[in-house]
Design a protein around this ligand. Structure first.
Ligand code: PLP
Length: 397
């Protein structure tokens, strides 16, 4: 009898719902529906011309095709450190406190493997970005799911975590501004979080993928800006959303040198670094963001889209809280016209079948996501208003 050629681990890697939504989308497209895909979190705009030029000029060089090296080029690490100082006032040693990544996903998926032993506990948010728990399954680490509740403005109640969990935990991972919940925090929150974690010798890992996508004048802080944070925290940064470079695959981890060093050591065994031309493009993006002629931040476009979309939804009778940041609305499902409730899966499937609008059921992000859907603002304002109109018709159907 043939053995199974699929590991059991694969089944623990997370929600199959993204694949299901892709199937529903294909089916709806097959029936001739005009699809408005608000499911994916990939920016719909290109990087600036300076970034594209840097990438293409570097790609023409003959000396750039060797293995780039796991740590990242000195040029990229120095530029990333300079940007961290410029943007957040955080001073870093680019040789020991920063490592380049093939997108922050690369680091998020490997960090537990480099920091934890099987049987350790890691505290992650629920709802949360799916790789957080998938990475723990890969590393044989036990997740402790920390609920993010609307009544707490989607901030965690750190005191609700049992002392035994804090004692067994290796790190706690949080994400503000967040995906799928686009909540934001201030530096005082990070200060309290670090103090709590320090009590138990727990590392704080912060995913800052959306740091440049906040609205209404909010400037998301870096956890590393808390005095003494380099003793107890690391932070993931991504150029994907901030500079429309999702396809380039570049980001970095910064902060505590022991944790950065551990990830670097693991990566030395499994990859050879980010393509040099992509690192040059990353340097150009960060340099441009620091220059006097910096382009508007990514958040400016999404703030306008947010305003149009949330207003259009309200006009259709669905009052969704305005996201404070990111490219997502985290929308609490309304009651059905007959007074019953939908599951997030039912809502998303029905909406796609009947209207062609793709959204992600909240359950994809964990049990606390049930009752919500995530709507990505990755189409222009006219298409978003059209999506709102179709959603309105669906709600009334
Ligand atoms: C919260 C969060 N973190 C990290 C990532 C990964 O981004 P990248 O690997 O492109 O840097 C994403 C992508 O959607 C995300 O939403």
């Amino acid at each position: 009898m043939r053995k199974s050629w699929r590991s059991e681990r694969l089944s623990q890697l997370g929600s199959s719902i993204f694949a299901e939504v892709a199937e529903w989308r294909k089916e709806a497209a097959g029936k001739g529906r005009d699809i408005i895909n608000l499911g994916i979190g990939s920016p719909d705009k290109p990087p600036t011309e300076a970034v594209r030029k840097a990438l293409s000029e570097a790609a023409l060089r003959t000396d750039i095709y060797a293995y780039p090296g796991t740590h990242g080029s000195t040029g990229f690490r120095r530029q990333a450190a300079a940007w961290m100082e410029h943007r957040f006032g955080v001073k870093l040693d680019p040789d020991h406190e920063l490592v380049s990544l093939m997108g922050s996903q690369d680091g998020l998926s490997h960090l537990a493997m480099s920091l934890c032993n099987p049987g350790d506990v890691v505290i992650v948010p629920n709802p949360g970005y799916p790789i957080y728990t998938a990475a723990l399954a890969l590393a044989g680490v036990e997740p402790y799911l920390l609920p993010l509740k609307e009544e707490n403005h989607f901030l965690p109640d750190l005191d609700s975590v049992p002392v035994e969990v804090w004692e067994r935990a290796k790190f706690i991972l949080l994400n503000y501004p967040g995906n799928p919940v686009s909540a934001v925090v201030d530096l005082a929150f990070f200060d309290r979080l670090l103090a709590k974690a320090r009590q138990y010798g727990v590392l704080v890992v912060h995913d800052a993928a959306y740091s440049e996508m906040a609205f209404d004048g909010h400037e998301p802080p870096s956890i590393l800006a808390v005095p003494g944070a380099l003793d107890g925290a690391v932070e993931f940064h991504s150029l994907s959303k901030s500079f429309n470079m999702a396809g380039c695959r570049i980001g970095f981890l910064a902060g505590n040198r022991e944790a950065v060093g551990a990830l670097r050591e693991l990566k030395e065994n499994i990859d050879y670094g980010v393509f040099g031309a992509v690192q040059e493009a990353g340097v150009a993006a960060l340099q441009e963001a620091m220059s006097d002629s910096a382009p508007p931040k990514a958040g400016v476009l999404y703030e306008q889209r947010r305003n149009s979309f949330i207003e259009a939804l309200a006009a259709e009778g669905w009052a969704v809280e305005k996201p404070k940041a990111t490219m997502f609305a985290w929308a609490k499902l309304p009651e059905r016209s007959d007074g019953t409730t939908w599951t997030s899966r039912e809502f998303a499937r029905g909406l796609l079948d009947q209207t062609g609008v793709v959204v992600i059921p909240g359950e994809a992000f964990g049990s606390e996501g049930e009752g919500y859907v995530r709507i990505a603002l990755v189409e222009d304002e006219a298409r978003l208003r059209e999506a709102a109109r179709r959603i309105g018709a669906y709600l009334k159907s």
